[in-house]
Ligand binder design. Structure first.
Ligand code: UT7
Length: 323
């Protein structure tokens, strides 16, 4: 008997305000045409004043719990992947724990920027496999609109706010690739690239700071590293790209998504794409895409899914799971 961390429920939350590309034409020298053709983004959601990452995370968690048919008390661990915590500390995860009225178990944040959800899933998997937890809420939640430099057309048009969540629970498997749940994970980082994507604030400045990105460089690494990590994760599970029902990639740029699928020789009709509606929501993008993919009827029980993401650090990785 093998213990697996299997998906029991999924949900998401997007703030009400939808911002079309055209709104940026009044702020910076850009056009709807440029944003669509270079990134695939058509619109994104932005939080309202006073609406915090923990609020989005809590709403997504409630949606995932409802989908799982569970109550907050059924959960024994909460992991939030975020780079936009309400405060430096405590963690967003403990805020969610408080909001849900949960007084047992434990909660913590994971910070691996756009790859955060892949890192959080890997941590949740390890907690379940080692018997530390039996049901884990894994949340990706971000308010990147609060990190934008509104004078920098190279970044401010790309990001959005939102949250998505999964409930993972321990189930019995056979130790085979036909099992439900997480089958393999592959994590990587390389701090030599810390200067191509960062936020220029923190304790060193006493400010929150703004996002700074060498887009072309990040793009180059993404194209190279994402297919590699996805292949490695599939290898570890004894699977090949032919076995994949859905790639659910980090949603940063349609050209990166297409380039990665092409390298993996997986056709685009087996890729869940939400970047047009959400923009880049960093650690929230994969759970948002899983939730939307299920709601659209794309993702079904038994489907083999590969998630992959890269972001600041650089940090990148992939998770193979059977829904
Ligand atoms: O999620 C974390 C990881 N992040 C990513 O994966 C993002 C990776 N990078 C990208 O997605 C792309 O590099 C971008 C979408 C950011 C940019 O696309 P690009 O094809 O690499 O464009 P570029 O940066 O080479 O810029 C091309 C031109 C430049 O003008 P010149 O120098 O050729 O005259 C830019 O100044 O486009 C200009 N430009 C814009 N023009 C209109 C940059 N931003 C804009 C804009 N509107 N918003």
């Amino acid at each position: 008997m093998t213990i697996r961390a299997a998906v029991k429920g999924v949900g998401h939350y997007l703030p009400d305000r939808i911002v079309p590309n055209s709104e940026f034409e009044a702020i910076v020298d850009t056009s709807d045409e440029w944003i669509r053709s270079r990134s695939g983004i058509e619109r994104r959601h932005f939080v309202a004043d006073g609406q915090m990452t923990s609020d989005l995370a809590t709403r997504a968690a409630q949606a995932a719990l409802a989908d799982a048919g569970l109550q907050p008390d059924d959960i024994d661990a909460i992991i939030v992947a975020t780079s936009t915590p309400d405060l430096t500390f405590p963690s967003v995860a403990t805020m969610v724990q408080g909001n849900l009225g949960l007084t047992h178990g434990f909660a913590f944040d994971v910070q691996a920027v756009c790859a955060g959800f892949v890192f959080a899933l890997t941590n949740a998997n390890a907690l379940i496999l080692t018997g530390q937890a039996t049901r884990v809420l894994v949340i990706g939640a971000e308010t990147f609109s609060r990190l934008m430099n509104w004078q920098d057309r190279g970044t401010c048009v790309l990001f959005g706010d939102g949250a998505g969540a999964l409930v993972l629970e321990a189930v019995e498997g056979d130790g085979l690739a036909s099992d439900r749940g997480i089958l393999s994970t592959d994590l990587n980082s390389d701090g030599r690239y810390k200067d191509i994507l960062f936020v220029d604030g923190g304790t060193s400045t006493g400010t929150t700071g703004h996002l700074v990105m060498e887009g072309k460089e990040v793009f180059r690494h993404a194209i190279e590293k994402l297919a590699e990590t996805a292949h490695r994760a599939l290898d570890k599970a004894g699977l090949t790209p032919d076995d994949v029902d859905w790639i659910v990639p980090h949603q940063a740029n349609i050209r990166i998504i297409e380039g990665t699928a092409k390298r993996m020789q997986v056709p685009m009709d087996r890729v869940v794409v939400t970047v047009q509606d959400h923009g880049n929501t960093s650690a929230a993008s994969i759970p948002l895409a899983l939730s939307v993919g299920k709601a659209r009827g794309q993702i079904k029980p038994g489907d083999l899914i590969v998630t992959e993401a890269i972001g600041g650090g650089l940090a990148w990785g992939a998770v193979v799971l059977r829904w």
